[in-house]
Design a protein around this ligand. Structure first.
Ligand code: IPM
Ligand code: MG
Length: 360
C-alpha cells in the first residue's frame, strides 16, 4: 500500500519520540512491502516561533491531504505565559476540530513485566484491558469563552448528533471486545450529561442489544478506575471527563510514556495518532524520553487509518518484546528497582527504538 503520513513532531521530546515512530514505520514498510511517504510540518511552539501561528496554514493543508498524521507533543514554558495571545495547545484543538476527529481512543493495557512501575498494587492491575473513548470536538473545550475583569465563562454544549456518533463508535468497539460499555457522565448535576445519558439509553437497546451497558457518574468512575480497573472494558465519555480520566488511567499502566492514542473522524483516512504524554520540557533534548507511546501510536495508525492489522500487531508485539527484554526507559523502571543496588540501567530513546526494530 502507498500512504502519505504527515509528521508533526511539535515541541520538547516530540521530535525525539516521533523519530522512533517513523523509524518503526519505515521498517514495517520495508518488511511488509508498503510505500510510506513521510512529510514533516511545524506545529505548536515550534510553529509559533517560525510563523507566529500555532497551526500554520501549510501544516493544516498537509494534515488534510495526508492518509494519517503522526504527532509528537506540543507546548512548553516558553509559550505558556498567562497573557500569551497564541498558545501551542490551540494547534491541537484546531487540528482536531478542523479534521472532524470526534473520537479519541486511549487504550490502557498494563504490561505484565512492568506492573511494579505503577503506584497501584500489581494484584489490581493483572488482566486490566480498558479502551477509553473520549469525545474530542465538543463540550466545554469548544463552547464560547468570555472574560471580563471580574468574571470568566466557559460554555459546555453538546448536540444529540455529537453524542450519537461517538457513542456508536464506542459501542462498535465494544462488540469486538468483551461487550461491556460504561458511559461516564455527571447526570446528577449537568444538563449536557442528562442529554448524554438519554441518548445512550435510547441507542443501546435499539442498536446494540448485545452490549451490556452501565452508566457511571464521573466522580465514582474516578474511584472505581483505581479500585477495580479490571471490571472496565470500553468507556465512553465527554471531552473534559475523558481528558482527566485518561491521565488517571495512565497510572494503571505505570507511566504516561506507555500510552498511545488515536483520534478518528467519520472515515478511516486522516486519523491523528499521538502519545498521550506531553512535550516534557524538563527532559527534552537529552535522548532519554520513552518512545514506546509514540511507537504504539504508530501501531494504531497502521490499524485504524491504514487498516493494516497484521502490521499493527507486529509493532505491538515488538514493543512488548522490547519491554520484556528489559529495554526500559527511565520512566518505567520501578521505584523499587531504582533504589536497588543492582538497579538496571535505563535505556535511551534510541536504544528503546532499536530494541523494537530488532524484533521487527
Ligand atoms: C490531551 C491534552 C490536551 C487536551 C491539551 C494539551 C490541550 O491534555 O490531549 O489530553 O486537554 O485535550
Ligand atoms: Mg490530557
Amino acid at each position: 500500500m502507498k500512504a502519505l503520513i504527515a509528521v508533526l513532531a511539535g515541541d520538547g521530546i516530540g521530535g525525539e519520540v516521533t523519530a522512533e515512530a517513523v523509524r518503526t514505520l519505515e521498517r514495517v514498510a520495508a518488511r511488509f512491502g508498503h510505500t510510506f511517504e513521510f512529510q514533516p510540518a511545524l506545529l505548536g511552539g515550534a510553529a509559533i516561533d517560525a510563523t507566529g501561528e500555532a497551526l500554520p496554514a501549510a501544516t493544516l493543508a498537509l494534515a488534510q491531504r495526508a492518509d494519517a498524521i503522526l504527532l509528537g507533543a506540543v507546548g512548553g514554558p516558553k509559550w505558556s505565559a498567562a497573557d500569551a495571545k497564541v498558545r501551542p495547545e490551540q494547534a491541537l484543538l484546531q487540528l482536531r476540530k478542523s479534521l472532524g476527529l470526534f473520537a479519541n481512543l486511549r487504550p490502557v493495557v498494563p504490561h505484565p513485566a512492568v506492573l511494579d512501575a505503577s503506584p497501584i498494587k500489581a494484584e489490581l492491575l493483572r488482566g486490566v484491558d480498558i479502551m477509553v473513548v473520549r469525545e474530542l470536538t465538543g463540550g466545554i473545550y469548544f463552547g464560547e469563552k468570555t472574560r471580563t475583569a471580574t468574571e470568566a465563562v466557559d460554555v459546555c454544549r453538546y448536540t444529540v448528533a455529537e453524542i450519537e456518533r461517538v457513542v456508536r463508535l464506542a459501542a462498535r468497539l465494544a462488540l469486538g471486545r468483551r461487550r461491556k460499555l460504561c458511559s461516564i457522565d455527571k447526570a446528577n448535576v449537568l444538563e449536557t450529561s442528562r442529554l448524554w445519558r438519554s441518548v445512550v439509553e435510547r441507542i443501546m437497546p435499539a442498536e446494540f442489544p448485545d452490549l451490556q451497558i452501565e452508566h457511571m457518574l464521573v466522580d465514582a468512575a474516578a474511584m472505581h478506575l483505581i479500585k477495580r480497573p479490571r471490571d472496565f472494558d470500553v468507556i465512553v465519555t465527554e471531552n473534559m471527563f475523558g481528558d482527566i480520566l485518561t491521565d488517571e488511567a495512565s497510572m494503571l499502566a505505570g507511566s504516561l510514556g506507555l500510552l498511545p492514542s488515536a483520534s478518528l473522524g467519520a472515515g478511516e483516512r486522516g486519523g491523528l495518532f499521538e502519545p498521550i504524554h506531553g512535550s516534557a520540557p524538563d527532559i527534552a533534548g537529552r535522548g532519554i524520553a520513552n518512545p514506546y507511546a509514540a511507537i504504539l501510536s504508530a501501531a494504531m495508525l497502521l490499524r485504524y487509518s491504514l487498516r493494516l492489522e497484521s502490521e499493527a500487531s507486529a509493532v505491538e508485539g515488538a514493543v512488548s518484546g522490547a519491554i520484556n527484554s528489559g529495554a526500559l526507559p527511565a520512566d518505567i523502571i520501578s521505584a523499587g528497582e531504582r533504589g536497588a543496588v543492582a538497579a538496571r540501567a535505563a535505556v535511551t530513546t534510541r536504544a528503546a527504538g532499536d530494541a523494537v526494530l530488532a524484533r521487527l
